[in-house]
Design a protein around this ligand. Structure first.
Ligand code: G3I
Length: 352
């Protein structure tokens, strides 16, 4: 049977069991079926999900969040606007809540994110800063936040989305005021504040080999050569069926490994133009399997995180009107073919 057909047959059976719709001895035998995290761990990988504070009151949602994944990323709660809403006044409420929830479920945390151009508080984005002032503001923010979460998080997305599509530096407040050196500084300050956290640069549209991922490759090589504490590159992987699968993903992961870096798929979703059809959902399932297999094929690809796990809380419909259905669980928290394809991909590959 072709790979995709096999995937779909398995997908349907597992989805019925997971949704509690299958009964009888076979279904009962699968009650203790391994989770995505269990299967990823067999490969020495994790399987994670982002989450966000407003969703945490939804107990049906948190039940799956707490059981299916072993890595959690706060979708917003650790960003600058949330953690330093007024200059020098720090608020850990949202981030702590997610860290504590993760701890209760024996999950690790990919912390996100220290230096970004988006979701900055007004006091920061609306003022003209001198380089000296802004450098001090940045150092204080990184040092205070990383110290607060020291020993409690596995990794940090230290700098998020630093490059344009053509591989030039994005003209952010950080780049414009401080020049490209802000990246090395940020990594060094984060390392000083928590020497054990794995430190990442993270971006979207760098899944395939191309100008933007080349820019990361060049920068990473240079940072490593200068002894700057960089541990990994995060490939967000916000994919869309209409733009095609990034066929060079595995090669791309491998070239970062060769630099001595970890890689991770950090914000995976696979959106589509609505309405979702069986055909699109099948293609989406194949993409989820393929990207997971690409990660498993490259030894230093440490894990996969999806950008929340259910369409109920996906960011996509608000940002891309007319698109959605991007995650492995639907809006009623029922697993979709993508979920079963993930299980199957994680079951099949031999350990690398
Ligand atoms: O907090 C306000 C709330 O007070 C207000 O009532 C509400 C009304 O719209 O908005 C709330 O803010 C929203 C915020 O999420 C918190 O929920 C913003 O409008 C909304 O734009 C923001 O979206 C977040 C987005 O980053 C911002 O760029 C998404 O939730 C979050 O998932 C998304 O995550 C990013 C990663 O950090 C980096 N990579 C891309 C990814 C997707 O955009």
């Amino acid at each position: 049977m072709p790979k995709t057909r096999l995937r779909l047959a398995g997908a349907l059976a597992a989805a019925l069991v997971a949704a509690g719709l299958a009964t009888g001895p076979a279904a009962q035998a699968q009650e203790h079926r391994p989770t995505l995290a269990d299967l990823a761990q067999r490969h020495g990988r994790y399987f994670g999900s982002a989450t966000d504070n407003p969703e945490l009151t939804d107990s049906a949602y948190t039940k799956i969040l707490g059981s299916e994944f072993d890595m959690i990323t706060p979708g917003n709660g650790m960003k600058w606007y949330a953690t330093e809403p007024r200059q020098g006044v720090f608020d850990w409420t949202d981030g702590d809540r997610i860290v504590n929830l993760a701890r209760r479920h024996h999950q690790r945390v990919r912390a996100h994110t220290l230096v970004w151009h988006s979701q900055l508080p007004d006091w920061l984005s609306s003022k003209e800063w001198t380089a000296g002032e802004l450098r001090a503001v940045l150092k204080k923010h990184i040092t205070t936040e990383v110290r607060h979460y020291r020993g409690k998080v596995y990794s940090w997305d230290v700098v998020n989305e630093a490059f344009n599509e053509d591989g030039s530096y994005r003209e952010t407040i950080w780049y414009k005021t401080l020049g490209p050196g802000y990246i090395a500084d940020a990594l060094r300050w984060a390392h000083q504040a928590d020497p054990h956290a794995r430190l990442y640069l993270n971006d979207y549209n760098i899944e395939a080999v191309g100008p933007k991922s080349d820019a990361y490759h060049r920068l990473a090589e240079e940072l490593k050569a200068r002894g700057v504490p960089l541990d990994g590159i995060g490939l967000q992987a916000h994919l869309a069926l209409q733009y095609g699968y990034p066929a060079t993903l595995e090669d791309n992961l491998r070239r970062f490994s060769r630099l001595g870096l970890d890689t991770a798929l950090t914000e995976v979703d696979v959106r589509m133009q609505l309405p979702a059809t069986d055909e699109k959902l099948a293609e989406q399932a194949a993409w989820y399997a393929d990207l997971t297999e690409a990660c498993l094929a490259v030894r230093r690809c440490v894990g996969v995180t999806i950008w929340d796990y259910t369409d109920k809380y996906s960011w996509i419909p608000a940002f891309f009107p007319g698109e959605g259905a991007a995650l492995p669980w639907d809006e009623r928290l029922t697993p979709k073919p993508a979920y079963s394809a993930l299980l199957e991909a994680l079951r099949q590959r031999t350990v690398t």
